[in-house]
Design a binder for this molecule. Structure first.
Ligand code: NAP
Length: 225
């Protein structure tokens, strides 16, 4: 499948690399490809600049958000929550229309320091905001409740764990669930329509405190029943 991964951070890199490894044609989207490749400083988390990752993944393309979305059959949003609506506007409603949009973003507000708060919650979610802004696009919220490396290699934990999908379109959720299965996820729970993204986005305060308590991001939720 032709897939656009919007986002050059650790989530975008993890998704793009794994999808390419699984045989998909992948283009990463960014604001300005030249500027992104010209960066030489590590990111805010100390990760190497995008260019270093790209050099190790020559099969993955790099384009503007709009060009990446236009060339794809399925689009993944792996950009910061505060930038998500603006990025998708840059990607272009016409380039997203009719397509499945996998939304991994979280509505985190870091303006007050750490831990961040949620800029939308309880009665709305970022997933719903995206679906309302792009009504012709089939938004599926998933993978926002675990670390980037585990999103694409869940078996690295050595035990089965759970991921969730939220979305209004059953066929889109089936397509995304198949991708998740190909990553190695063995327990994919369909929570229901896109409003169920409220719950998974509100797991973030728990996730962030767990990371602090456990001293590692290498853990995941497991729903035992
Ligand atoms: P990130 O640093 O949150 O986002 C990087 C991307 O956001 C870049 O592509 C950047 O564009 C774009 N961006 C940032 N500010 C922008 C702005 N003002 N206008 C347009 N684009 C902007 O990357 P991340 O850590 O990989 O996280 C991606 C998303 O996944 C986030 O929503 C995060 O909450 C969620 N998430 C992350 C993890 C994790 O393990 N890190 C786990 C679960 C969910 P350029 O490429 O042009 O710089």
């Amino acid at each position: 499948m032709k897939i656009a991964v919007l986002g050059t951070g650790m989530v975008g890199q993890a998704l793009a690399g794994r999808l390419n490894e699984l045989g998909h044609e992948v283009v990463v989207g960014t604001r300005d490809p030249q500027a992104t490749l010209a960066r030489t400083e590590p990111d805010g988390m100390g990760n190497p600049p995008f260019k270093a990752w790209h050099g190790q993944h020559p099969g993955v393309g790099l384009a503007t958000f709009a060009d990446a979305a236009a060339a794809s059959e399925l689009v993944i949003n792996a950009t910061g929550g505060a930038a998500t609506l603006s990025v998708l506007e840059q990607a272009g409603p016409d380039n997203l229309a009719g397509k499945v949009l996998v939304d991994i973003s979280n509505p985190l507000d870091f303006s007050g320091g750490f831990p961040p708060t949620l800029f939308v919650k309880d009665t709305d979610s970022l997933g719903e905001q995206v679906q309302r802004a792009f009504p012709d696009t089939k938004v599926v919220k998933t993978l926002n409740t675990l670390n980037a490396n585990l999103m694409v290699r869940p078996k690295d934990l050595g035990a089965d764990s759970t991921v969730f999908v939220s979305g209004d379109d059953p066929v889109a959720k089936a397509t995304v669930s198949e991708l998740l299965t190909n990553f190695g996820h063995s327990d994919v729970i369909d929570l229901g329509d896109i409003s169920t993204a409220r719950g998974t986005e509100m797991l973030l305060p728990v996730w962030l405190r767990l990371m602090g308590a456990l001293g590692t991001p290498m853990f995941n939720f497991k729903i035992v029943r």
